[in-house]
Design a binder for this molecule. Structure first.
Ligand code: 1GP
Length: 246
C-alpha cells in the first residue's frame, strides 16, 4: 500500500494526529529527539516544512535525523520546490488554493515535479487553504485569507479540491494562531465533502483537539509550538488520546 492509501484506510478507523516539524525552528539533532518523542506519543506521521526555510540542506539534515529516530512516514510539507528532500518518504503535493501568487498555486509544482519523479518520493495530492488569522504562512503564502465566518467559501474550496481529484484537504489558521479553525467551518466542510480533512494551526491542548476532531477533522496537525511546553510528551499523548476517543 502507498502511504496515501495507508493514511486513508487509517482515517476510516480513527482520528489521526500528524506532527509538523519546521527545520528552521531547531537543529537536526533536536528534531531527531522530537521525532522519537512524537513517535512514542502515538503520532501517525511526521510532516516536515515551514514558511521561512533557507536551504535544501536544512531539510535534508532534519529529515535524516528524523529517519534515524523514528519509523513513522516522513511527509514533506514544502513551501517551494527548493525545499524537497529525497530522504523523505512522501510529499504533500499541495496547492495553496487561496494564494494570490501563482507560484504557490502551481508554478513551484512545475519546478519540483521532475525532482519528485527521480527521487521516488510519493506525491500525495492535497488542496490547502489558509483561514484568518493566517500568521506567517498567510503572509509568506500571500493568501487571500478566508474570513473566519465565511463557511461557504471554505466549503467551495474543499469541494473544488475534491472535484479536481485531490486526495486530501487541509485548512489551517497558521502556526501559533491564537484561535484555530472554527468548528462551524470544519462541520460544513466535512458534511459536504468525502476526502479526508486535515485541520491545524493553534491547536495546543487535548480539549481543543477533541473539539476539532468532533467537528469533523480526520487528521489533527500540531506544530513545533508544543515543544516549548515542558510537558510536551504528556500534552501530545493527551491530544492523541482525546482525538482517538472521538
Ligand atoms: C502547520 O499550522 C500548523 O500547518 C501548525 O500549527 O504550530 O500552531 O500547531 P501550530
Amino acid at each position: 500500500m502507498t502511504i496515501a492509501e495507508t493514511i486513508l484506510s487509517l482515517t476510516q478507523k480513527k482520528k489521526l494526529h500528524f506532527s509538523l516539524l519546521d527545520p528552521d525552528k531547531q537543529p537536526p539533532r533536536v528534531a531527531g529527539h522530537i521525532a522519537k518523542t512524537v513517535t512514542d506519543a502515538g503520532s501517525s506521521a511526521i510532516m516536515v516544512g515551514g514558511s521561512t526555510l533557507l536551504s535544501q540542506q536544512q531539510v535534508d539534515e532534519t529529515v535524516q535525523a528524523i529517519k534515524q529516530n523514528s519509523e513513522l512516514p516522513v511527509i514533506l510539507f514544502p513551501s517551494g520546490a527548493k525545499f524537497l528532500s529525497k530522504y523523505a518518504d512522501a510529499v504533500f503535493f499541495m496547492s495553496l488554493l487561496n494564494s494570490n501568487n501563482l507560484n504557490y498555486v502551481i508554478r513551484e509544482h512545475v519546478k519540483g515535479a521532475m525532482f519528485i519523479k527521480h527521487s521516488g518520493l510519493e506525491p500525495i495530492s492535497m488542496g490547502y487553504v489558509i483561514v484568518e488569522p493566517g500568521m506567517t504562512a498567510g503572509r509568506v503564502g500571500e493568501a487571500d485569507l478566508i474570513q473566519r465566518n465565511d463557511v461557504q467559501t471554505a466549503v467551495g474550496y474543499a469541494l473544488a479540491s475534491q472535484y479536481l481529484g485531490m486526495n486530501f484537504f487541509y485548512i489551517e489558521a497558521g502556526s501559533g494562531a491564537p484561535t484555530p479553525v472554527p468548528d462551524e467551518m470544519i462541520q460544513a466542510v466535512k458534511k459536504n465533502t468525502s476526502i479526508p480533512l486535515l485541520i491545524g494551526g493553534g491547536i495546543r491542548d487535548a480539549q481543543t483537539a477533541r473539539q476539532k476532531a468532533h467537528a469533523g477533522a480526520d487528521i489533527i496537525i500540531t506544530g513545533t509550538a508544543i515543544e516549548k511546553d515542558k510537558q510536551f510528551k504528556t500534552t501530545l499523548s493527551a491530544i492523541i488520546e482525546a482525538i482517538e476517543g472521538v
